[in-house]
Design a protein around this ligand. Structure first.
Ligand SMILES: O=c1[nH]cnc2c1ncn2[C@@H]1O[C@H](COP(=O)(O)OP(=O)(O)O)[C@@H](O)[C@H]1O
Ligand SMILES: [Ca+2]
Length: 515
């Protein structure tokens, strides 16, 4: 039908052109020159018309905007610089990480005794951010600092100290030419929800029919699980609703304070010490989660100094010898003890009487999940294979490990047997992942160039870059528009050529007839 119609239209055009040219030729002896002039004028007209159309609709020269978010974690602070094209800030997937910087030293909560030094510790990374962003954009670049579980714990322990630390970083950040937008402790809910927004924004899931993916974040002091659940949520604390790009999302989220991997280790050591020792006299802890040959003298205070492990009574001044015996099965048993599965007041729980529906769909597991699983080469294995590999890793001699990994920080290296076991136990015995749905977990660090974490989602939310309703988009993308214009003008031009050829033949015949 279409082809038939086009042919008919072409023929009609050709017929009209031929009549027009024929008339010129018959009536005017200067026909050849006139035909050429008319053709050239029409061709030039088309070119000018197309050029104006293209130039008029061309997107203006890309201008970029920037934003800075500081992730003040329990173990360290990272500074992220994000960048996005100015005219497209409400489109999904447009904001990208431009630069990241790890602040030297520990997290800001470690400055509780010397709060004045917390701010200036950020200097190197903030100077880098200043260099990364073009000067004329500085004044309009927002800066946010969000502190997570390390500061939540400090606040519980010493409210004044946490306020002083926040004031110190606030005063310091205000010395920069950016637009300072606050430094605060974010809630566990926010940490979980913004991590979920980040991974789904970066994966472009908000505009796809394929659905969203859940977010698993393992920090040092807390851990978060967030996913869309079709089930009725039995506890309001675990429910968050969003309307993004015209779709409603009902999220389940929970943040477990004290269940990040550093606090988890303290819980496990405390549990093991208390089950075998009365805390007086010399303590030797034979820990199955540390490699054979590992032997380090540690202060009891380093274990009991946190609100997660605090015990009533006199200050603990003793030391203990932490010895590794490298036995994965015993380690697994010991780690399970830190998750309380004995009672649940809801229809279903993860652990510690926290409501959680069955996990659904795919999950992105980032932060320490990735660091640990990547180091142990476990990111592509099944749950059972991962357990076997862990058993092998845990029995490896400490000296052999150090020799094989001379560039890995000893603290991390010594803890990987515990950390790997902790992750498998948290996912299986805590969140109730099974051998079947284990493959739905992707251990990820970045999506594209941007790191997975709560910071991007936090900024997108505070700068209103995720609209509730889908923004209107042009019918055709710019590239498609230019291509269409090009082919249409080519078609018109070809019609003229065909018309001309047709006319020449016809007029030749007419000329003969006249003779
Ligand atoms: O290279 C690594 N290997 C193992 N663990 C790492 C590595 N880099 C960072 N981590 C761990 O990742 C975790 C990051 O936690 P973060 O500082 O974000 O705490 P939070 O989110 O609980 O406040 C810490 O436990 C830190 O030790
Ligand atoms: Ca974190």
């Amino acid at each position: 039908m279409g082809l038939h119609y086009l042919n008919f239209k072409q023929l009609t055009l050709i017929h009209l052109f031929s009549l027009f040219f024929l008339e010129i030729k018959v009536k005017n002896p200067w026909h050849r020159r006139q035909i050429i002039i008319v053709t050239v004028i029409i061709a030039v007209g088309i070119i000018i018309m197309v050029s104006i159309g293209v130039v008029q609709n061309k997107p203006l020269h890309q201008k970029y905007k920037y934003g800075i978010v500081l992730d003040a974690g329990s173990s360290h602070t990272s500074v992220y610089v994000y960048e996005w094209p100015a005219e497209k800030e409400n489109n999904t997937g447009m904001v990208q990480q431009k630069h990241a910087c790890n602040v030297k030293g520990k997290g800001i909560s470690s400055y509780s005794g010397t709060p004045d030094k917390a701010g200036v510790s950020l200097k190197e990374c903030m100077d880098e951010a200043k260099m990364t962003i073009p000067k004329h954009r500085h004044h309009e670049t927002p800066v946010y600092l969000g502190a997570t579980a390390g500061m939540r714990l400090l606040k519980m322990d010493d409210d004044t100290a946490s306020e002083k630390v926040l004031k110190s970083v606030e005063n310091f950040l205000q010395t920069y030419p950016f637009s300072y937008r606050g430094a605060r402790i974010i809630t566990g809910q926010e940490e979980g929800a913004f991590g979920w927004i980040t991974v789904n924004y970066l994966s472009n899931n908000f505009r796809k029919a394929s659905g969203t993916m859940g977010a698993l974040d393992l920090g040092g002091a807390s851990t978060q699980i967030t996913f869309v659940s079709g089930k009725k949520l039995e506890s309001p604390d675990n429910s968050i609703n969003f309307r993004l790009y015209g779709n409603d999302y009902h999220l389940y989220t929970h943040s477990f304070l004290c269940y990040g991997k550093d606090q988890g280790l303290k819980l496990s050591i405390k549990q093991q010490i208390q089950s075998k020792h009365d805390m007086t006299g010399n303590i030797t802890l034979e820990d199955p989660c540390f490699n054979p040959g590992y032997s380090v003298i540690k202060s009891l205070q380093s274990v009991f100094d946190s609100p997660c492990t605090k015990v009533n009574g006199p200050r603990i001044e003793n030391y203990f010898t932490h010895i590794g015996i490298g036995n994965w099965h015993k380690c697994h048993k010991a780690v399970k003890m830190v998750f309380n599965n004995t009672y649940c007041h809801y229809s279903r729980c993860s652990f510690n009487n926290v409501f959680q529906p069955t996990v659904e769909g795919r999950f992105g597991a980032f932060s320490a999940y990735f660091f640990v699983m990547n180091f142990l080469n476990l990111t592509t294995y099944s749950l059972d294979e991962a357990k076997e590999k862990m058993a092998e890793y845990c029995t490896t001699n400490w000296d052999t490990l150090k020799k094989n990994h001379p560039n890995v920080k000893e603290k991390f290296l010594g803890e990987y047997c515990f950390s790997g076991t902790y992750i498998l136990t948290l996912l299986e015995d805590g969140y109730k992942f099974t051998s079947d749905n284990w493959k739905n977990i992707d251990f990820i660090k970045k999506i594209g160039d941007s790191e997975a974490g709560w910071t991007l989602g936090y900024m997108l939310n505070l700068t209103n870059m995720i609209p509730a309703e889908a923004p209107d988009t042009p019918l055709l993308p710019y590239g498609g528009y230019v291509t269409l214009m090009f082919f249409l003008s080519l078609l018109i031009f070809v019609c003229f050529i065909i018309g001309y050829i047709f006319f020449r033949r016809k007029s030749g015949a007419a000329h003969k007839d006249i003779i």
